[in-house]
Design a binder for this molecule. Structure first.
Ligand code: M6R
Length: 608
């Protein structure tokens, strides 16, 4: 996720910015840059690659003199990682420089409008639109121009902006992307996260949505989007630097779980336009969508689990046959890919060796591949014919949570798009599903707020030897992910079973006190799963149930119940997985495991 640092003060700005950006490296990035006002003009240096490259390019900041500047580490969203796409971005006269964290959803129409007014673009980014749009509205009053832009753009943003005509000021604004400002006796700072400025000050102000800050060497002024001045209270940070990188959370995994409402919003909202689903990057005409005869989904680990969910959703609403395969199996089994088969490869890192090999195998067989990928510019993103990005931002914990949630959203959108184009989803059902999708972020937030109850329950199971997860249909797919989350970070053996399969063997493993987590969110399968719960309970199992609000019947067969808010049955995975992630997390924490870096596992599996 992009990182922003800005400084205005008595010292040289570039070294302060470089130091601050180094503290944001944990967020992940692919390029870095700085803009410093040198007394006459705004100078920009930027480069693809590590921060070290920028440090070398500027001799540690020495070639960029000046006491006012903004810097950025970029995590590519719009446009591949490159020197041109790195931030800061200028307006045409190079009198305004902007750094941006977030996504401007309506950047395309704005870009077209600006081009029609004679603006020329040098990058593929959504951010450059902001630089030109500020220029367009700028009539000598920076605050007025910035607030006009805020009224005009949709999406999420944290911005740092400098104007050559106002070299004694930095402006910062935010909406739905984090931004803080701080002050000490030598100047004022902006940053996207506390660690960037912790070396200089512990007194920070958290900027709220739609607020603007004007920073000068020795004071700051805060404004609303309507240019009214407001007062803000500083917060004193008492965390240590390591905790600060995690935003005050104990682990990256917990932080990333809490980012899920935003991740879901970021993956969803840019693709909903005028009550329709628009997936420009799909690169498929309606005729091509109608011609699909079969979909092959190929992935590994949790990404494979989202594929299993997608099979139920795509087959259920779009009526297209779906085969889901583990990439490590697919690549060696000489799969039959007939004409009309679409291949979808899902990967957070975009570098998983088996998934990449499966992609190459499919292309060799003459099939187009759609990549659903999180890391922009990764191998799978580059080699796929089309890429649908999940806008989860960098995921640091080895156990995926927010990228998994984003993949689900991308797949729901794909399923609904196909269903609508192929005439399998009428307008009413489509609208109602869109409404349910938009409600997911708020519902996830509610589930996360319940973490203490799950923590208390998890503490009872830190000594467990085996845990079983059962469910039917989509609930089986949820069980697979719930089981993987628990085992990979807590080292407790766990298995996911299709509930109907239990009595074909696994039920013999149930002993007095064995924990069985039963997922029952599908109303049509509810009674069936209930019967399976009764069967394991009769053999001594302790049954944890995850079901929809209102299904209180389940209490007859369960020892402990977690209720999730009601949504469309095809979307329940997005909600039911939250308590299961929290459960896995708190069991691992209770056992004292290294949650973010579990033994024997790597975040990106680039070898077979
Ligand atoms: O980067 P990818 O999505 O391709 O990674 C696939 C798996 O390695 C990954 O999902 C793995 O199973 C995670 N540790 C699960 O939390």
């Amino acid at each position: 996720m992009c990182g922003i640092v800005g400084y205005i003060g008595k010292h040289e700005a570039a070294p302060v910015i470089l130091e601050g950006l180094s503290k944001l490296e944990y967020r992940g990035y692919d390029s870095a840059g700085m803009a410093v006002f040198d007394g006459e003009k705004i100078q920009i240096q930027k480069s693809v690659g590590r921060l070290k490259v920028l440090e070398e390019l500027t001799h540690g900041g020495a070639t960029m003199p000046g006491t006012v500047g903004i810097g950025h580490t970029r995590w590519a969203t719009h446009g591949a990682p490159s020197d041109e796409n790195a931030h800061p971005h200028y307006n045409q006269e190079e009198t305004i420089a902007v750094v941006h964290n977030g996504i401007i959803e309506n950047y395309l129409p704005l870009r077209e409008k600006l081009i029609s007014k004679g603006y020329q673009f040098v990058s593929d980014t959504d951010t450059e639109v902001l630089a030109h749009l500020i220029d367009y509205y700028y009539k000598g009053n920076p605050l007025e121009a910035i607030t006009k832009v805020m009224h005009r753009v949709q999406g999420s943003y944290a911005l740092g902006i400098i104007f050559a005509e106002y070299p004694d000021q930095i402006f910062a604004v935010r909406k739905d992307s984090p931004l803080i400002v701080g002050q000490n006796e030598n100047g004022c700072f902006i940053a996207s996260d506390v660690p960037a400025i912790l070396k200089y000050t512990r007194k920070v102000y958290f900027i709220e949505n739609q607020e603007v800050v004007r920073l000068r060497v020795d004071h700051m002024h805060f404004y609303t989007v309507d240019e009214e001045e407001i007062e803000k209270e500083p917060v004193t940070i008492d965390w240590d630097a390591d905790a600060a990188e995690k935003g005050g959370y104990e682990h990256f995994m917990l932080k990333e779980m809490y980012e899920q409402p935003k991740t879901v919003t970021d993956t969803l909202m840019p693709r909903i336009k005028d009550n329709d689903i628009v997936i420009e990057e799909l690169g498929m005409s309606d005729e091509e969508i109608n011609a699909i005869r079969k979909i092959f989904i190929v992935a590994c680990g949790s990404a494979y689990h989202t594929g299993v969910t997608a099979k139920y959703v795509i087959e259920g609403i779009a009526r297209i046959p779906v085969e889901v395969d583990l990439a490590s199996e697919f690549r060696y089994r000489n799969p039959i890919l007939e004409e009309g088969t679409m291949v979808v490869v899902i990967s957070q890192s975009g570098e998983t060796a088996d998934s990449l090999a499966a992609l190459r195998e499919s292309k060799k067989l003459g099939h187009k591949v759609l990549g659903i990928v999180n890391v922009v510019g990764s191998s799978i993103a580059r080699e796929a014919d089309n890429v649908m990005y999940t806008w989860a931002g960098p995921e640091i914990a080895v156990a995926t949570t927010k990228a998994y949630s984003a993949q689900l959203i991308a797949l729901y959108l794909l399923a609904m798009k196909f269903a609508k184009v192929r005439g399998n989803l009428d307008e009413g059902a489509f609208k109602s599903m869109l409404g349910d999708l938009k409600r997911l972020p708020g519902q996830i937030e509610r589930l996360l707020a319940n973490k203490q109850r799950i923590q208390r329950f998890a503490n009872r199971y830190i000594g467990a030897k085996d845990v079983f997860f059962i469910g039917r249909g989509i609930d089986y797919a949820i069980s697979m992910e719930g089981s993987l989350k628990l085992k990979e970070i807590s080292y407790i053996h766990s298995e996911a079973y299709a509930a109907g399969e239990l009595k074909h063997g696994t039920i013999s493993l149930i002993e007095e006190g064995t924990l069985v987590a039963a997922v029952a969110t599908q109303d049509t399968l509810f009674q069936k799963t209930l019967s399976n719960m009764v069967e394991v309970k009769a053999r001594g199992a302790f049954v944890l149930a995850v079901t929809n609000e209102g299904n209180t019947d389940i209490e007859k067969a369960a020892d402990y119940c977690i209720y999730i808010p009601r949504t469309n049955p095809y979307f329940t995975n997005s909600l039911a997985i939250i308590p299961l992630q929290l459960f896995g997390y708190y069991v691992a924490v209770g056992k004292g495991c290294d949650v973010d870096k579990p033994r024997n596992l790597a975040k990106s599996v680039t070898v077979e």
